[in-house]
Design a protein around this ligand. Structure first.
Ligand code: PMP
Length: 344
């Protein structure tokens, strides 16, 4: 019989799938790494497992302890999954821009959720960073994984995501594209792929090019931290989980373009994924297009891997809702489903 002892043992080992429709006109191979197939539905299961195991090993997390974390939802699900098995209590702090669906998921796993305003600076007492610090101080046995500074975030990607991509592409990946939130994914995965390809001859693709995708307005692409609607990526400060030496390039993508591509991925590729996935795919296609214009031979040999961090079910009332999209001007009048479509 083949079975796991607990769902948390099934983290990682996600597949690559080729994108074939949104890539029309491009000669490069574009492969998506489908992280929603992790048991908690996102890439964050990877860091949750490693952060908890490391805290147990170091004694920072003791039996019966409480895990307190500011999280947009996905890290919370990963932590809640692992915590359940081990008997820890979880308290998560989310900014109010995070959808109700996502908060409800955390509560369903048995976690407590505290909601804070999005539109305050990080050092404000009501910011989600400040509130989670206060709860950690005031709760006995509390441990804050702090995904923004925890070295086990990037380390989990160095140990799992990077080697999986290298093995599944037979060492032929030429470009990695991933969104940047805490920076853990790009730092760990990018560093592994740089190391793995360091001595690869130019004829075989040379050193892997690591491309970060960032919401326009976020600090990584030179913005001042002004708000954007895509969730889970971009920052208004520089987390230490992010090593700015790893990305070779950073591309900024608007909310409108991120969401339009997110909807195309569902309709054209059968991939119901979140907004940061649309953002990363949009950046991938732009990069591949520019390469094709500059160096058609290199583009024809290029193998892009783009990481799709989570699934789309947490965004049904936003990105996949035509009224919500119209209210922000992301869908022009006449685009999307109309009442007439439904009646026909
Ligand atoms: N997309 C989503 C939906 C996320 O929740 C996250 C994590 N914040 C990311 C992308 C970015 O990953 P990382 O924190 O590793 O940069």
């Amino acid at each position: 019989m083949k079975y796991a002892q607990h769902i948390s043992e099934l983290v990682g080992g996600t597949p690559l799938v080729r994108l074939t429709s949104v890539t029309a006109g491009l000669t490069a191979t574009v492969l998506a790494k489908v992280e929603y197939l992790n048991p908690g539905g996102s890439v964050k299961d990877r860091i949750a497992l490693r952060m908890i195991e490391a805290a147990e090993a170091s004694g920072e997390l003791q039996p019966g302890g409480t895990i307190v974390e500011p999280t947009s939802g996905n890290t919370g699900v990963g932590l809640a999954l692992v915590a359940q098995r081990k008997g820890y209590r979880c308290i998560f702090v989310c900014p109010d821009k995070v959808s109700q669906d996502k908060r409800d998921v955390l509560r369903a796993y048995g976690a407590e959720v505290v909601v804070t305003p999005t539109a305050v600076p990080p050092d404000h007492p009501d910011s989600y960073y400040s509130v989670s610090d206060r709860i950690t101080r005031e709760t006995p046995g509390a441990w804050k994984p702090n995904q923004y500074a925890n070295v086990n975030g990037p380390a989990s990607h160095y140990a799992s995501t990077g080697p999986e991509i290298w093995a599944d592409t037979d060492g032929r990946i030429t470009h990695l594209v991933t969104g940047v939130g805490t920076g853990g994914t790009i730092t760990g995965t990018g560093r592994y792929l740089h190391d793995a390809s360091a001595d690869r001859p130019a004829a075989d693709g040379g050193r892997v090019v690591v491309v970060g995708a960032d919401p326009a307005g976020s600090v990584y692409s030179g913005g001042d931290g002004r708000p954007y609607l895509v969730e889970g990526v971009g920052e208004d400060f520089w987390p230490t989980a992010y090593d700015p030496a790893v990305p070779d390039e950073i591309l900024a993508v608007s909310d409108a373009d991120s969401f339009a591509m997110t909807r195309r991925l569902a309709r054209e590729e059968g991939l119901l994924v979140g907004g940061s996935c649309g953002m990363a795919v949009e950046a991938t296609l732009r990069h591949a297009r520019a390469l094709q214009d500059a160096d058609p031979d290199a583009a024809a040999r290029a193998v892009y891997v783009v990481i799709l961090p989570d699934g789309g079910r947490g965004y049904l009332s936003k990105i996949f809702n035509d009224s919500w999209m119209r209210s922000y001007g992301f869908l022009a009048a006449g685009e999307g489903a109309s009442v007439g479509d439904v009646l026909r």
